[in-house]
Ligand binder design. Structure first.
Ligand SMILES: [Zn+2]
Ligand SMILES: [Zn+2]
Length: 254
């Protein structure tokens, strides 16, 4: 190829042969294939298995099409995060979904300023402005980044696509619900809801775990495995029985 470092124009198969002035030597079937976008669905059902051939699913639009908006999906199909349109099932809906329970320690020690939200990360400016320049602020900052990362995985601008449920429980000497079994809030709305809280007195891990277990049981769904994320600076102890109880209930419920 001449000048390998120089950027090249991409042209379609059809335009290439039109420019040469020769008749396209390829069959009509090949010509049709070459006129289509070559983006492929990454779904696991298209990968060849030991007994079956690969069944690739290509984008249904012409080659070099503009990225399509997320809401233009055809019936039964989907639009990928980079704007290709597929007629097969969105691989993300085939993935495991979770009920993620965040259990956040807001005891007075969380107002220590030895740990701060990382500067120049999403939300850190807002979190600091709202007087969370402390351990709790760094927890909120990591929660926010977790929510953003999950949203990006589902495709931005498509909040209805979130299949994971979120619950946020705050606790000091007693636990309280911030958000329960939520499917629709954006990362910004979730961050705003946690910023309403202030650090309080006392720490009771046992009560918090018990409370979180009830939240898990109330919202149990066979479609979503529970995941509990416990965020604390660790200045308390927990009875082993409370943890065993939690795990046993999860096993009983399936
Ligand atoms: Zn597919
Ligand atoms: Zn495409």
């Amino acid at each position: 190829m001449p000048n390998p470092t120089r950027a090249k124009d991409w042209v379609s198969h059809k335009l290439f042969w039109m420019r040469t002035g020769f008749k396209d030597p390829y069959s009509q079937e090949d010509q049709n294939t070459f006129a289509q976008c070559d983006a492929m669905c990454s779904g696991p059902e298209h990968v060849p298995a030991p007994t079956t051939q690969a069944q690739p699913s290509f984008c249904s639009l012409p080659v070099f099409h503009n990225p399509q908006p997320p809401d233009s999906a055809p019936g039964g199909g989907y639009v990928s995060h980079d704007g290709h349109v597929f007629l097969c099932k969105n691989p993300i809906t085939l993935q495991q979904a979770f009920h993620v329970l965040f259990v956040v320690d807001i005891s007075s020690s969380m107002s220590n300023r030895d740990r701060l939200p990382l500067p120049n990360t999403p939300g850190s400016e807002l979190i600091s402005r709202r007087h969370f320049n402390n351990r709790l602020g760094s927890v909120f900052s990591s929660l926010y980044r977790f929510w953003i990362a999950r949203q990006a995985a589902y495709g931005a601008g498509n909040p209805l696509a979130r299949r994971d449920a979120y619950s946020v429980i705050m606790f000091d000497r007693a636990p309280i619900t911030c958000t329960e079994n939520d499917f629709t809030s954006s990362p910004e709305q979730l961050l705003e809801s946690v910023l309403q809280f202030r650090t309080g007195r006392g720490t009771n891990f046992g009560a918090a775990i018990d409370y979180a277990r009830h939240c898990m049981e109330r919202n149990w769904s066979s479609e979503r495995s529970p995941v509990m994320i416990f965020l604390s600076d660790g200045e308390c102890r927990i009875e082993e029985a409370a943890m065993q109880d939690l795990c046993r209930r999860a096993v009983v419920l399936g």
